[in-house]
Design a protein around this ligand. Structure first.
Ligand code: ADP
Ligand code: MG
Length: 446
């Protein structure tokens, strides 16, 4: 039976991934008796986790190796504790006792400060709230709940608040981490029967900043533990700051009691930055990198790079890298060239935009374009619009068919093929396609 288990291990390693394998599969001891295979695990939590996440994979792998179904069950062997986890530092540094005022959980990005955060209409409320909390933690706005789309500065703002708290009180015991790290830490503690230390760590901080709490959705055990952490801190007048990509009420899979806790303080949302803010962000980032950027390039970036600040930064980096590689200064021409590939990947034009552009060009109505009328001029325009919907709007055949009066998707496939063939032998059509494509792409990038 030991051979069976050894033979199954490499297969399981592939199936569950290295991290899971090392954490959950490798520590298992396999024994057997007349009633089948027994997997020895160190404690009840380990047993539940294995049962819920890996038992099916283990069963089917053992069956595959043995060539017949195996009865598999898990048993707790109280006599041994799970072996150490090599990659997790949490275990090697035992939690400092609460009396020592050194506990710092998580890490902060050094340059995510209030000073480097560009403020405007889109994030004014969130910014002011963060400042107010930093000035009087635990007193006003508790909890502070920041939410907004991806790459709009939630983590930056939460880190800035943490820096400010530490600046005002360097002895502050601060936990600033992602909800995912919180969960991982919890799992490790459960697995190693160290829940007392876990609670000690998280319930004795002066402020807790938990990033991306939407991650808790559906993670019941973690929500349960977090609920108690929250109550304990809140009850003790400690500041809690949460960030999420959605408002509390909109997080599906989050327990109602947590939602109402989150809603009990101040909820501030961050909107996508306005054009003027985007220009300012570009200017500031370039200045921080000691790069000079022509004003028109800052505007070009602000206008064309994707919606989030993260994408904006990516585009700036791209332009600066192009200049550095060539050893030249940034010019408008260089920037345009460097950004061209991004514009292609940018938010695609919608089928609706394509339909508008094509009907405008052929001076027909969008309704005619979608209709089932078969005059030659209409068919021609319709096929071109379907082609562009596929190429520029990147819509699927069925989606296009649906938006052209509920046709069959094979009609769209046919249209795309026809236009493709025709454009090679028809320079006027080829020109028209290039020009429509160009205007649609720049429209969607604007
Ligand atoms: P989120 O956590 O909302 O996904 P981040 O905080 O990670 O977004 O922000 C993404 C990037 O954009 C970071 O590098 C951050 O510094 C930058 N950023 C976002 N908003 C601003 C802002 N208002 N001013 C300056 N930089 C910003
Ligand atoms: Mg973030």
């Amino acid at each position: 039976m030991a051979e069976l288990w050894s033979a199954a291990l490499p297969l399981l390693r592939q199936q569950v991934g290295e991290r899971n394998f090392v954490t959950w599969i490798e520590p298992i001891r396999c024994t057997s008796n007349t009633s089948g295979v027994e997997l020895e695990v160190p404690n009840r939590f380990f047993q539940e986790w294995i049962t819920r996440h890996f038992l099916n994979a283990i069963r089917s792998t053992l069956a595959a190796v043995a060539g017949e179904p195996c009865a598999v069950r898990t048993v707790i062997n109280e006599g041994w504790s799970a072996p150490p986890l090599p990659p997790l530092p949490a275990r090697r540094e035992p939690a400092p006792p609460p009396a020592r005022r050194t506990a710092k959980i998580g890490h902060l990005v050094a340059h995510y400060t209030f000073e480097t955060f560009v403020v405007g209409d889109a994030n004014q409320v969130a910014y002011q709230a963060a400042i107010a909390v930093a000035e009087a933690p635990g007193r006003r706005f508790n909890p502070l709940f920041l939410h907004g789309g991806v790459g709009l500065g939630k983590t930056h703002l939460a880190n800035a608040l943490a820096h400010e708290l530490l600046k005002r009180n360097p002895r502050q015991r601060l936990a600033s981490l992602s909800a995912e790290s919180f969960m991982n830490s919890l799992i490790t503690s459960l697995r190693q029967d160290q829940m007392a230390q876990f609670r000690d760590r998280f319930r004795h901080v002066d402020a807790l900043i938990l990033d991306d709490v939407q991650f808790l959705a559906g993670k019941e055990r973690t929500q349960e533990e977090f609920f108690h952490t929250f109550n304990s801190l809140y009850g003790g007048g400690k500041q809690i700051v949460l960030t999420s990509d959605k408002a509390p009420a909109a997080i599906a899979g989050l327990e109602q009691r947590l939602k109402s806790r989150f809603e009990g303080g101040l909820i501030a949302d961050i909107h996508p930055p306005t054009l003027a803010m985007r220009v300012e962000i570009v200017r500031q980032k370039a200045a921080a990198l000691a790069c000079s950027l022509p004003e028109e390039v800052a505007w070009l970036l602000a206008r064309t790079a994707g919606a989030s600040v993260r994408e904006l930064e990516g585009a700036l980096t791209r332009v600066l890298a192009a200049a550095t590689l060539r050893g030249v200064a940034v010019t408008m021409e260089l920037a345009q060239q460097a950004l061209r590939p991004l514009a292609r990947q940018g938010a695609p034009a919608s089928v609706e935009l394509v339909q508008e552009a094509v009907s405008r060009h052929f001076k027909i109505s969008v309704a005619d374009l979608k209709s089932h009328r078969r005059e030659r001029s209409l068919t021609h325009a319709r096929q071109l619009a379907m082609y562009l919907s596929r190429v520029v709007a990147d819509a699927s055949f069925p989606a296009i068919a649906e938006k052209f009066g509920g046709r069959d998707h094979s009609t769209v496939m046919h249209a795309v093929r026809v236009v493709e063939e025709r454009r090679t032998g028809d320079p006027a059509l080829a020109d028209l396609i290039v020009s429509l494509e160009g205007s649609l792409r720049s429209r969607s990038a604007a």
